[in-house]
Design a protein around this ligand. Structure first.
Ligand code: HEM
Length: 397
C-alpha cells in the first residue's frame, strides 16, 4: 500500500495539482492519504471508471464531497440504487436536449444583457460580471424561481465551493446555504397551496411506478439542481477565458469558425475539470486494481487526473487539442450518477463563448489582477478574471 501526502483541499495542492496527478498515475494510481480521516486517492482512468460504474460497492449516500459538508440532503447525488433511478427519472424531463433548446433564447438574452452593461467601458470582470449571473439565472428559471433573486443562491454557494473546509469562511458559507434552503422550502410550500406551471410544481405532482414524490424529496431535488447548475458552469467559463488568452491561435480559430466550438468545449472540459474529484463510501471489502479496499473506507475519484491519463488520451494528454476525437473525458462523471445537466452546461458554454468571441474578440486578461482559487476541493475555477478590450456598442443602444 502506498501512503501519500495528499489533500485535495489544501492551498499547496492548487498550484501543483496536475503535476501531482501525473506522479500518482505513474507511481501509485491507488494511494492512501491520512488527510480528513483517511481516504483512497484514485488517479488512473481505469480505477476511477471502475468505482463510478459500481454503485453497489461504492455508495453515494454520504455525499460526493470529501470531507462531507453540512449542506443538507441532495438528490439524486446522495442516493444509491434502486432509489437513484427513481430520482433521476423524475428530473430528467426538465434537462433533456429538447427542454434545454427552449432555454437557448433566454441564455442568449441574459448573456447579451450582461455584456451590454459593460461593453462601452472597455473593461470587465468576466467571472463576476458575466460567468456568475448566467448559470445562476438560468437555474432559477429552470426551477420556476425568480431569476432576479439569483444572488441569494449563487453567492453562498460560491463561498462554500471556493473556501477550504474547516475555515470560518467555509462554515459561514455552509450556514448561508442552509438558510437559502429555507427559501426553497417556502417556494415548495407556496406551490403546494397554489400549483404553478413550473418544475417544482410538476415535481410535486409527480410519481414513479405508483410512488408519489414527497414534499421533502422535491426540496432535495430542487436543491441539487441549484448545487449542480450554478458554480460548475462558472468555473468552466473562468478557466476557458484564461485558456483563450493563453492560446491566441485557438481563439483565432474559434473566432473564424464557431463550428469548432462543440469539440473545443469538450476539450476545455477535459483539460481542466471544474469538479476535480468526487468521493464514494465503500460498502463491502473489494479490490481496485491490485489494491484491497475495506468496507467503511472512503475513495476519491480524481476525474481531472483520469482526464489526463496517457493510456486513454495519448502522448498529448497534457495539451489542448480543440479537435480531439474521440474525447471520452470524465468531467461529467460516468455510470449511474452521470451528470444530468451536461446538455444545459454545454449549451450555456457554447452560447456565452459565442457571444464573447463575437462582441469582445480582442479581450486581454489583466493577469496580475486574476484571483485564482484558494482550494480546488469542490470546484476548480477562478474567482475573478479582469479583462480589457476595445469598447463596443450596446445591442439595444
Ligand atoms: C460544467 C458543468 C458541470 C460539471 C463539470 C458537472 C459535473 C458533474 C459530475 C462529475 C457529476 C457526477 C456526480 C457523481 O458521480 O457523484 C454531476 C452530477 C449531477 N449534475 Fe452536474 N455538472 C455540471 C453542470 C450541471 C448543470 C448545469 C446541472 C443542472 C442544471 C447539473 C446537475 C447535476 C445533477 C442533478 C447531478 C446528479 C446526478 C446523480 O447523482 O445521479 N450539473 N455533475
Amino acid at each position: 500500500m502506498t501512503i501519500v501526502d495528499f489533500d485535495h483541499n489544501s492551498r499547496e495542492h492548487v498550484d501543483k495539482a496536475y503535476e501531482t496527478y501525473r506522479r500518482h498515475r505513474s507511481e501509485c494510481p491507488v494511494a492512501w492519504t491520512e488527510s480528513h480521516g483517511g481516504y483512497w486517492v484514485l488517479a488512473g482512468y481505469d480505477e476511477v471508471f471502475q468505482v463510478a460504474r459500481d454503485d453497489h460497492t461504492f455508495s453515494s449516500t454520504k455525499g460526493a464531497v470529501v470531507p462531507s459538508t453540512d449542506v443538507g440532503q441532495l438528490l439524486p447525488i446522495m442516493a444509491d440504487p434502486p432509489e437513484l433511478e427513481r430520482y433521476r427519472t423524475l428530473i430528467n424531463p426538465f434537462l433533456t436536449p429538447k427542454a434545454v433548446k427552449e432555454q437557448e433564447a433566454f441564455i442568449r438574452e441574459i448573456t447579451d444583457e450582461a455584456i451590454d452593461s459593460w461593453i462601452e467601458t472597455g473593461s470587465a470582470d468576466l467571472v463576476m460580471d458575466l460567468a456568475n449571473p448566467i448559470p445562476a439565472k438560468l437555474t432559477m428559471r429552470l426551477l420556476g424561481l425568480d431569476p432576479a433573486e439569483w444572488r441569494m443562491f449563487a453567492e453562498p454557494l460560491h463561498d462554500v465551493m471556493y473556501t477550504r473546509p474547516g475555515t470560518p469562511e467555509n462554515e459561514d458559507g455552509q450556514r448561508r446555504v442552509l438558510s437559502f434552503s429555507q427559501k426553497i422550502i417556502e417556494e415548495v410550500d407556496t406551490r403546494i397551496a397554489t400549483p404553478k406551471d413550473d418544475m417544482i410544481s410538476r415535481l410535486l405532482a409527480s410519481e414513479y411506478n405508483g410512488v408519489k414524490t414527497s414534499r421533502q424529496e422535491v426540496i432535495d431535488l430542487a436543491r441539487m439542481v441549484i448545487f449542480g447548475g450554478m458554480d460548475t458552469v462558472v468555473a468552466a467559463l473562468g478557466n476557458i477565458f484564461l485558456q483563450l488568452d493563453r492560446h491566441p491561435d485557438i481563439r483565432r480559430r474559434l473566432i473564424e469558425d464557431r463550428g469548432l466550438l462543440p469539440t473545443a468545449i469538450e476539450e476545455f472540459l477535459r483539460f481542466e475539470a471544474p469538479i476535480q474529484g468526487f468521493g464514494r463510501y465503500v460498502t463491502r471489502d473489494t479490490c481496485i486494481g491490485t489494491q484491497s479496499i475495506k468496507a467503511g473506507e472512503t475513495v476519491f475519484m480524481l476525474w481531472a487526473s483520469a482526464n489526463r491519463d496517457e493510456k486513454v488520451f495519448g502522448n498529448n494528454a497534457d495539451e489542448l487539442d480543440i479537435e480531439r476525437m474521440p474525447n471520452r473525458h470524465l468531467t461529467f462523471g460516468v455510470g449511474g450518477h452521470r451528470c444530468q445537466g451536461s446538455t444545459v452546461a454545454r449549451t450555456e458554454l457554447r452560447i456565452v463563448l459565442d457571444r464573447v468571441l463575437e462582441r469582445i474578440p480582442d479581450y486581454k486578461v489583466v493577469w496580475d489582477k486574476v484571483v485564482g482559487p484558494d482550494t480546488i476541493g469542490s470546484s476548480y475555477g477562478q474567482r475573478s478574471v479582469p479583462v480589457t478590450f476595445t469598447p463596443g456598442n450596446k445591442l439595444n443602444a
